[in-house]
Design a protein around this ligand. Structure first.
Ligand SMILES: *Cc1c(COP(=O)(O)O)cnc(C)c1O
Length: 421
């Protein structure tokens, strides 16, 4: 198993989290190699009846140790910046398994992607298609391009992670997509490779997927009737996970929807899961610095902050918090808060938890996706170590940044040098 108690101690696979804390200090992220593997393989197994490529969405967790673990299993990559493409290639993912998404790719980023001859660039506007064409022509090559269309369906998820409605900034407007395909088909620098859609994140219901995929199937048929033939159908990511009491769909139920809506088209299917691969494969371990009581309210102040894990502050996200050492004491109700000078720096409000004392460790669960990936050095706090557990071993897959590293690149302007008046 991946994160389980053994004699009252929380383990990552066969490693005691307390042991890791002793060696690397707190806070730290810990990932389970086995859980990443199982999550990835669930997609591969479910999609085995199709000609399909699972392109892990690197933005969920771009750690080289994580991406390399998935690369070994045959994963492709969905990237949203040239930086993520760099990581994917470093991890050993071949260019022909990389798709590049994003609403604002710069000419530099597009040039990098075109030179690398990746599987496809998912273009999101007419202006982007023209830019790709121009760059490809100047390089004397054809770029593999898909249009990311906006199907105008409601993903029924948090507003900040809904992407497939007309009013969102993402994708080519549904009513204009057809015309843009026709125009792109005539461009010398473009090879039309596919169609792409991504309607949001943390979806717990398959119906929005079904609606979107059905619309995509219709569009693919219409385009083929006009002689525009597409090889790839990229379905995006978005499958939810269980943070608290959610019941996310299984990969096989998702694959059923793919078969029912797109199965008879016989296309190459691409999926881009991020959260559902990395989310429950990671925890953030933090130490209790102080506890205090103000009126009736208990506070547990920990050494991790919103700069390390921003999801609760940014999305009102729930994360289960567990004591690394279970003592079986009657629980209290407490707010678990970080040290950052922001009222929003709260991991859990009115949480029922054992009365953990100063020096004890807590594990913030399901922090593998959009955790370390979104962390910052706000309050000039170092980026925390990331550790990968694998059976009874573990390895640091990113070390804690030092203050010197954090200051590297800073400079004092020349007019401030020399003696002060
Ligand atoms: C963020 C994103 C994903 C991954 O979404 P998850 O909800 O983490 O699965 C996939 N595709 C695109 C285009 C994205 O922007």
């Amino acid at each position: 198993m991946c994160f389980t108690y053994q004699n009252g101690e929380l383990f990552a696979e066969g490693v005691d989290l307390k042991e890791i804390a002793k060696q690397v200090g707190t806070p730290f992220y810990c990932y389970s190699s086995d859980k990443l593997t199982r999550n990835f393989e669930a997609y591969q197994r479910a999609l085995a009846p199709f000609n399909a490529t699972v392109c892990y969405s690197v933005k969920a967790n771009p750690n080289l140790g994580v991406v390399s673990t998935l690369a070994r299993l045959g994963s492709g990559a969905d990237v949203v910046s040239a930086g993520e493409m760099f990581v994917a290639l470093k991890a050993g993912i071949s260019a022909d398994k990389i798709v590049f998404s994003g609403v604002g790719k710069t000419p530099y980023e597009l040039e990098e992607a075109i030179k690398a001859q990746i599987l496809q660039i998912n273009a999101e506007s007419a202006a982007e298609v023209e830019t790709i064409n121009r760059i490809a022509l100047s390089l004397g090559v054809k770029a593999n391009v898909a249009l990311r269309v906006n199907p105008d369906v409601d993903a029924l998820t948090h507003v900040k992670i809904t992407t497939g409605k007309k009013e969102n900034k993402f994708g080519v407007d549904w009513d204009e997509a057809h015309e843009l395909y026709r125009a792109a088909a005539k461009m010398e620098g473009i090879r039309l490779a596919g169609i792409a859609v991504h309607i949001g994140s943390q979806l717990l219901d398959l119906e929005p997927f079904r609606l979107a995929f059905t619309k995509i199937a219709g569009m693919v048929r219409e385009l083929e009737a006009e002689g525009i033939y597409l090889e790839n159908i990229d379905l995006g990511g978005g499958m939810g996970i269980n943070y608290n009491v959610e019941l996310p769909p299984t990969c096989s139920a998702y694959a059923d929807v793919v078969r029912e809506t797109l199965g008879d088209l016989g296309k190459h299917i691409i999926v881009e899961p991020g959260r559902s691969i990395a989310g429950n494969a990671g925890v953030l371990v933090t130490e209790v610095i102080y506890t205090k009581k103000m009126g009736q309210k208990n506070f547990i102040i920990v050494d991790a902050g919103m700069n390390d894990l921003v999801r609760p502050a940014m999305y009102d996200a729930w994360h289960t918090v567990l004591p690394v050492t279970k003592e079986g004491v009657a629980p209290i109700i407490a707010d678990i808060v970080g040290p950052i000078c922001e009222s929003g720096d709260v991991f859990a409000k009115d949480r029922i938890i054992e009365p953990v004392q100063q020096g004890r460790l807590l594990a913030i669960m399901c922090a593998g996706a959009y955790g370390a990936a979104m962390s910052s050095i706000y309050n000039f706090r170092p980026l925390v170590p990331e550790v990968m557990a694998h059976g009874r071993e573990f390895a640091v897959v990113r070390k804690r940044t030092s203050y010197e590293e954090m200051l590297s690149g800073h400079a004092v302007a020349p007019w401030l040098q020399g003696n002060a008046l």
